[in-house]
Design a protein around this ligand. Structure first.
Ligand SMILES: [Zn+2]
Length: 252
């Protein structure tokens, strides 16, 4: 499934707010069947993530290690640490105007240059921490199971080679795109926010970047007429939650 143009244009507001609406084809409905059909093991999730990430990398324009983007991300990533719950992570910058970032269950973390242009280091750290939270809290694994419930993947899953071996390159690409644009619930978004807050505190990073990144996104949302975002928790409310936690912790 190709991303629809409208989804790309919404990516600013969609970031961190349930990201993008992937349910246009009833994916969630068919995903429910897939849940019953099989459950992915952690090893399968990792293997699928490896392949999906490699497929997305092959199609992306990756900032070279010598670029300003890569150097900046390297500094940011060393502040955040090199693992999610002990699993090693690897970072790359995709050069694109889209404002997005994602993390997969194999430690693949990709940050879009459009996001880095919009946000300061502290805010990028907060956003990555949030994406790490979706991995650490199992949201991404759940999303992968749902994404695998789509028709193409289900046909493949039913074939002789088993789930993973039977996926074509384009199906892996589809899966990757669905993971990148996964729709998380409001509760999962809040949990990922809190995860990021705790991670930033643990790493000695001021969590204010979480609040200000939401506030930037809220500003970007203001100019939009779309009501598609109505069911997402408002960025402004999420920023306030972070400021409340900071006040409770005696931080400014
Ligand atoms: Zn999120």
């Amino acid at each position: 499934m190709k991303l629809r143009p409208i989804l790309l244009s919404l990516s600013v507001a969609a970031l961190l707010s349930g990201c993008q609406n992937m349910d246009s084809n009833g994916l969630l409905a068919s995903g429910a069947e897939a849940f019953q059909a099989y459950t992915l093991s952690d090893a399968q999730v990792k293997e699928l993530s490896d392949k999906s990430c490699a497929e997305l990398d092959s199609k992306a324009s990756i900032a070279p290690g010598s670029s300003e983007y890569a150097k900046r991300l390297s500094k940011i990533s060393s502040a955040l640490g090199d693992n999610i719950n002990g699993m090693p992570v690897n970072y790359k910058v995709y050069v694109t105007k889209d404002v997005n970032a994602f993390a997969m269950a194999n430690g693949c973390i990709r940050v879009y240059s459009g996001l880095m242009d919009m946000m300061n280091d502290n805010e990028v750290e907060a956003v990555i921490g949030h994406e790490m939270g979706h991995v650490a809290l199992g949201h991404v694994k759940k999303g992968m199971q749902v994404a695998l419930g789509t028709n193409a993947a289900r046909v493949a899953a039913a074939s002789a080679g088993g789930v993973i071996g039977s996926l074509s390159q384009s199906q892996l690409g589809d899966l990757g795109e669905k993971l990148v644009n996964a729709q998380f619930s409001q509760r999962q978004e809040s949990e990922a926010d809190d995860y990021s807050y705790d991670l930033l505190r643990k790493r000695g990073i001021n969590p204010i970047g979480l609040a200000t990144s939401f506030e930037k996104l809220a500003k970007a949302e203001e100019g939009r007429q779309s009501s598609m975002l109505d069911d997402h928790p408002a960025s402004a409310e999420r920023a306030q939650h972070i400021r409340d936690r900071m006040a409770a912790d005696g931080l400014k």
